[in-house]
Unconditional design. Structure first.
Length: 142
């Protein structure tokens, strides 16, 4: 295991993988191995959530590490905006980075969305356990 190293190049070498790396001090390194797992250290900080408008990103409360604050139901500080996965790992732990955490996330997030939507009288929820069926005005049932 190497920490603090950046992979500069990777290539196959006789059925193995050859990595050229550079550490924090700038020293070059070479690793020849059978398998590579790269934990990039990427942080899903609020300012990196490019799928949100800059104005919305600025309104989000952030934790000390810069990731968005989320409630116990995965709702951000902007009511009605929910998030899951990597952006919630600082609040809920490293399992949120992987599919392993999805079953917990899904049930908690759905409860949060339902609670949020119930506060809005103009939204109709389908009965518990049944999927919503879209309808079109004038369409006949088959």
């Amino acid at each position: 295991m190497r920490t603090g190293a950046r992979v500069e190049a990777a290539e196959r070498a006789g059925g193995r993988v050859r990595l050229r790396t550079r550490n924090r001090e700038g020293a070059a390194g070479l690793i020849v191995t059978d398998h590579v797992i790269a934990a990039t250290g990427f942080r899903a900080t609020t300012d990196r959530l490019d799928v949100l408008t800059p104005g919305l990103r600025q309104r989000l409360l952030s934790l000390q590490d810069g990731t968005p604050y989320v409630s116990d139901r995965f709702e951000t500080s902007c009511p009605g905006l929910f998030t899951a996965g990597l952006t919630t790992a600082s609040s809920f732990g490293p399992a949120m980075r992987f599919v392993y955490g999805a079953s917990y996330t899904a049930s908690a997030l759905v409860r949060g969305v339902r609670r949020h939507v119930r506060r809005r009288p103009d939204v109709v929820l389908p009965p518990q356990g049944r999927a919503a069926v879209p309808s079109r005005a004038g369409a006949s049932a088959r």
